[in-house]
Design a protein around this ligand. Structure first.
Ligand SMILES: Nc1ncnc2c1ncn2[C@@H]1O[C@H](COP(=O)(O)OP(=O)(O)O)[C@@H](O)[C@H]1O
Ligand SMILES: [Mg+2]
Length: 256
């Protein structure tokens, strides 16, 4: 039995009066890739924003229920410390435009005022870029701006920036939806490699991507978690008709 690093229980999320997550109970296995799928607007982004407590930064936003990281209630933790343990990468690559590649990687340390010696910083930058499979491409350009990189490289820089904090969980919100097929394939291979050292929870619209990378898949619909299980099971013999219709593209689902 593999261990579950994150336990979401009876979880609800609201924007004002609008309830966008309803009674979600889901446990995420450690050192695996879990994909979250479902039609646009079903609450995928909201769910992962609740997991690193970004949801509460939106005015009027509210939650009910619990999320535990290694059996510790994340809503009882300091959110700044939590966000170091649970890193996030967004849909569009967003390196800090004024910063060099080097400074982008260590931005989490600078922004949090964490003091680290110069030699150690160099080590963190090299290790994080290595892990994000970007080191060889940028090692001679560390002091150039990150925005000179291609889209795929920028996204790997954002992954390196998240990994630099040594997170226990990496949240990826449709990380390849702005990238071309080649950059996408590269990042998919990277995701499979990364799960050896970090638990990955990834929102994706792409069934081929989930099939290639995810050990487990959750299917959501209108704020409900419909089904969760091994990706191979969900893709071949789903329990719910809505899962089947979505995965085979036969449902009347609105896409963005
Ligand atoms: N900042 C916000 N304020 C109000 N409603 C929001 C906000 N962000 C998302 N929503 C609503 O929450 C629901 C879920 O959105 P989201 O989590 O972004 O879905 P998904 O990522 O699955 O497309 C949608 O109905 C959306 O309109
Ligand atoms: Mg989304």
């Amino acid at each position: 039995m593999e261990s579950e690093i994150l336990k979401i229980e009876k979880f609800y999320a609201f924007f004002g009066k609008n309830r966008v997550l309803k009674d979600v109970t889901l446990s995420i296995p450690e050192y695996k890739v879990t994909a979250i799928m479902g039609p646009s607007g079903c609450g995928k982004t909201t769910l992962i924003r609740c997991i690193n407590r970004m949801h509460e930064l939106t005015p009027e936003a509210r939650i009910e229920g619990s999320i535990r990281l290694n059996d510790q209630d994340i809503y009882g933790m300091n959110p700044i410390i939590l966000r170091r343990k649970i890193g996030m990468v967004f849909q569009r690559p967003n390196p800090f435009p004024t910063m060099s590649i080097f400074d982008n990687v260590i931005a989490g340390y600078k922004l949090n005022g964490i003091k680290v010696g110069k030699t150690e910083l160099n080590g963190i930058v090299e290790r994080s870029l290595q892990k994000a499979a970007l080191w060889n491409e940028v090692k001679d350009d560390l002091f150039k701006k990150g925005t000179f990189l291609s889209g795929g490289q920028q996204q790997r820089l954002c992954i390196a920036r998240a990994l630099a904090m040594n997170p226990e969980i990496l949240l990826l919100d449709e990380p390849t939806s702005a990238l071309d097929p080649k950059a996408t394939a590269f990042i998919e291979e990277l995701i499979v490699e990364l799960k050896k050292s970090v638990t990955i929870l990834m929102v994706t619209h792409n069934t081929a991507q989930a099939a290639k990378t995810a050990n487990y898949t959750a299917f959501m619909y209108l704020g409900d978690l419909i089904e969760f299980g091994k990706t191979s099971k969900l893709f071949t013999v789903p329990d719910d008709k809505r899962t089947e219709e979505y995965l085979t593209g036969r449902g009347e689902f609105v896409e963005d």
